[in-house]
Ligand binder design. Structure first.
Ligand code: IMP
Ligand code: MG
Length: 173
C-alpha cells in the first residue's frame, strides 16, 4: 500500500516516559481507594495496558465499547454503547481511560453513564487531548499530551480500522 510520508508526533520513548509520570500521579491520587479502571475500547487498549503497569496500587480493570454513529474522522455527536461495563462498580473510584478527547462528547457521555451507577468518584485519563475542538465543557483530570487539531493515528488510534499497532503517534504530511 502506498502511503504519504509520516510525521512522528510522539515517539515510543516520549510516550513511555510520560506514562511513567502520569502513573505516579494516579498512584498518589488513588492510594487507599477502591480503584476501577474503565478502559474505553477500542482506541485505549494499548494505552491502558501500559498505564496500569505504572500504577502501583490495587486496581480492577474493565472494558466498555462505545461508538459514535458513523465512521468518519469526526464524531457525530451521538454515542452508543456497544458493550457495557462488565462489573457492578457501585462504591468504586472509577478512572475512565481513553485514547483521546476531541469534541469531548464520548468522555462526557461515559462520565454521566458511570455517575448514574452509584460510584464513589469518577475521573478521566487520556493519552491525547485536542482542546481546540471541544464541544462540551470537559478538562481531563490526567492527560499525557495536548496536541493541535490534526488527525493522528498509531498507539491504539485508528484510521479506517488500521494503524492501531504502530508503536508511535503520527500524522500524514
Ligand atoms: P470525541 O467524542 O469527539 O471526543 O472523540 C473521541 C473519539 O474519536 C476517540 O475515542 C477516537 O476514537 C476518535 N478520534 C478523535 N480524534 C481522533 C484522531 O485524531 N485520530 C483517531 N481517532 C480520533
Ligand atoms: Mg477510534
Amino acid at each position: 500500500m502506498e502511503e504519504k510520508a509520516r510525521n512522528i508526533l510522539l515517539t515510543k520513548e516520549q510516550i513511555s516516559n510520560r506514562i511513567n509520570e502520569i502513573g505516579k500521579q494516579i498512584t498518589n491520587n488513588y492510594e487507599g481507594k477502591k480503584l476501577y479502571i474503565l478502559s474505553i475500547l477500542r482506541g485505549s487498549f494499548i494505552f491502558t495496558a501500559d498505564l496500569v503497569r505504572e500504577i502501583k496500587c490495587p486496581l480492577k480493570v474493565g472494558f466498555m465499547t462505545t461508538s459514535s454513529y458513523g465512521n468518519s474522522e469526526t464524531s457525530s455527536g451521538l454515542v452508543k454503547i456497544i458493550n457495557d461495563i462488565p462489573d457492578n462498580i457501585k462504591g468504586y473510584d472509577v478512572l475512565i481511560v481513553d485514547d483521546i478527547t476531541d469534541t469531548g462528547i464520548t468522555m462526557d457521555f461515559t462520565i454521566n453513564h458511570v455517575k448514574s451507577l452509584g460510584v464513589s468518584s469518577v475521573k478521566c485519563c487520556v493519552l491525547l487531548d485536542k482542546p481546540d475542538r471541544r464541544k462540551v465543557n470537559l478538562k481531563p483530570d490526567f492527560c499525557c499530551f495536548k496536541i493541535p487539531d490534526v488527525f493522528v493515528a498509531g498507539y491504539g488510534l485508528n484510521y479506517g480500522d488500521y494503524y492501531r499497532n504502530v508503536p508511535y503517534v503520527f500524522n500524514w504530511e
